[in-house]
Design a protein around this ligand. Structure first.
Ligand code: FES
Length: 144
């Protein structure tokens, strides 16, 4: 397989930023045990799927003083879905956490810009992140 797909992703057409987040995803939940713990501990949980492809994503948020202090995720999605969620989660929890309203303004196009531009046909993957985060916020607000 190494003749077809290089181990370092050099034959892959995404930007270095996409590759870097795909190979080193931030804030991803890796085990079922961790998922169960976050199911109990999270302040809001969102689950969504992407209509164009059928992939799905789950996101857990913790909120303090209207700021996102933790954002974890898991996806049955593509490389762009992973990279998009990774960079989004990193951004919203930076510096003590972004205000919810500001985080809700991070659209697919903004995620694309942060990843140094996604192909147009992959914008729906970044939109899956926005939709799932929005669902987690709605869940948080419904619990209050
Ligand atoms: Fe489905 Fe990217 S192709 S989320």
């Amino acid at each position: 397989m190494t003749d077809i797909i290089s181990n370092d992703g050099k034959l892959w057409t995404y930007t270095d930023k996409v590759k870097e987040h795909f190979f080193n995803p931030r804030n991803v939940i890796k085990t079922t045990e961790e998922e169960k713990r976050y199911d109990k501990e999270a302040d809001g949980i969102g689950v969504e799927n992407a209509l164009p492809c059928g992939d799905m994503m789950k996101m857990w948020i913790k909120v303090s003083n209207s700021r996102i202090v933790d954002c974890k995720w898991r996806t049955f999605g593509c490389a762009v879905a992973m990279a998009s969620t990774s960079i989004f989660s990193e951004k919203v929890i930076a510096n003590g956490g972004m205000k919810i309203d500001d985080a809700l303004c991070i659209t697919a196009m903004k995620i694309s810009k942060d990843l140094e531009e996604l192909p147009t046909r992959k914008i729906h993957c970044a939109d899956l992140v926005h939709k799932t985060f929005k669902a987690a916020v709605e869940d948080y607000q419904n619990r209050k």
